[in-house]
Design a protein around this ligand. Structure first.
Ligand SMILES: *Cc1c(COP(=O)(O)O)cnc(C)c1O
Length: 405
């Protein structure tokens, strides 16, 4: 189907939940993708922080192919080796003792919320169920996770929301203390708010939260759906922040593009789930787990993590120099290869301009651009990206000036 026809057919048959860019992508290689007309794009979206190994990574393609030939799905009524090995590898490289697998970030957070409630319920009774979450957060689109999400735009029209959530400002420890009570089961947050506009949690704040939660046996939940899997330069973001959560959720980068989510927890917390208390038909299926195991092993055994850390520094420096050269840039913030840029112009128009110059980027809102390239991105590709972005931003100044006269 040609792009125009594809757009018309999509407009007719798909529920209209997305505002898509007007291109049809047919293949990808490394940090580049190609549209139907054969145009090349440098990919600084990476499937929204998903394609950590880039597109068509040979080891990932091989693992998926091999597993598909052998066994795709059998359900959790039986053991399958990829799932068990993936859990073991995740546990060996994190604070956690046990893992539950599901299929998305929202589902991983649902599992985390259910686990926290059940832990508190078993230990302290039915009155302890509340989750303190942050303003500006994003945890998913199911009813519980959109309630946890501290952004009205994802909640509007879906009321009544789930009971048992309270929101406080991000990076404000005293607000958490003030909101906490003997009803509080958990505090839930992203170490870096991604969808909310790339806001990094302060180290002191996280340390204070950890101490407070430990003291009151309130569970600390880190949503690392976006920050996990090497995105920030370490396997998980918390590893750079001197605190460990009780529960952590993963998805996005975990399968390198194959849908999979995970909820990890320490032994005493994980013990709240018993046979029958939580489940997912697809969760941890051999195909998804074989893919995720390959992603994880490639990050751990290869040089990808080190490379991601170096490229993260390189990107941050390049963005800082772009800020110096362009007055539309108000702020650059982030960690590793999760970087955001606040601009004094329409961020969505910048995305469109970049697209027309062969660069894919994403705007999290009207003023913030987000850059989440594959971890295999090269210095040359970052240079190219900065060149295009700077040109686009500086052109907007000229165009806006021309527009005023
Ligand atoms: C993307 C995201 C989610 C939701 O993941 P889905 O797979 O879209 O359900 C949850 N939390 C964070 C931090 C995310 O970035």
């Amino acid at each position: 189907m040609l792009t125009e026809e594809l757009k018309e057919t999509a407009a007719k048959y798909l529920m209209q939940t997305y505002a898509r860019q007007p291109i049809s992508i047919v293949r990808g290689k490394g940090a580049k993708v190609y549209d139907l007309e054969g145009r090349e794009y440098l990919d600084f979206v990476g499937g929204i922080a998903v394609n950590v190994l880039g597109h068509s990574h040979p080891d990932l393609v091989h693992a998926i192919h091999k597993q598909a030939m052998q066994l795709i799905h059998v359900s959790n009524l039986y053991y399958t080796e990829p799932q068990v090995l993936l859990a073991k590898t995740l546990v060996e490289h994190s604070f956690a003792d046990r893992v539950f697998f599901c299929n998305s970030g929202a589902e991983a957070n649902e599992a985390a919320i259910k686990l926290a409630r059940r832990y508190a319920h078993q230990k302290y009774g039915a009155g302890r169920f509340e989750i303190i979450a942050m303003r500006g957060s994003f945890h998913g689109r199911t009813l519980a996770t959109l309630t946890a999400t501290g952004q009205e735009k994802v909640q509007q029209g879906f009321e009544p929301l789930m009971p048992g959530f309270r929101h406080v400002p991000f990076n404000d420890f005293s607000a958490v203390v003030a909101a906490a009570s003997d009803q509080t089961a958990a505090v839930m947050l992203e170490p870096i708010q991604g969808e909310g506009g790339v806001h990094v949690a302060d180290r002191t704040y996280l340390r204070q939260l950890r101490e407070f939660c430990t003291k009151h046996d309130i569970l600390l939940i880190f949503d690392e759906v976006q920050t996990g899997m090497g995105r920030t330069g370490t396997l998980f973001a918390y590893q750079q922040m001197d605190v460990e959560p009780d529960i952590m959720t993963l998805a996005k980068g975990l399968g390198g593009g194959v849908p999979i989510g995970a909820c990890l927890a320490t032994e005493p917390v994980a013990a709240a789930f018993t046979p029958g208390s939580h489940a997912s038909t697809f969760g941890g299926n051999p195909l998804a787990c074989a893919a995720a195991l390959t992603v994880l092993r490639t990050l751990l055994e290869g040089s990808v993590l080190d490379h991601a850390k170096q490229m993260g520094h390189y990107l941050a420096k390049a963005l800082a120099s772009c800020k110096d050269r362009c007055r539309l840039v108000r702020e650059v913030r982030g960690l590793g290869l999760l970087q955001g840029m606040e601009v004094e112009t329409d961020a969505r128009a910048v995305v469109t301009d970049c697209l027309s110059r062969g660069l894919l980027i994403n705007a999290t809102n009207e003023r913030v651009l987000r850059f989440v390239p594959p971890l295999i991105i090269s210095e040359q590709e970052i240079d190219k990206f900065i060149e295009t972005l700077t040109t686009v931003l500086n052109r907007r100044i000229t165009d806006e000036r021309a527009g005023h006269h």
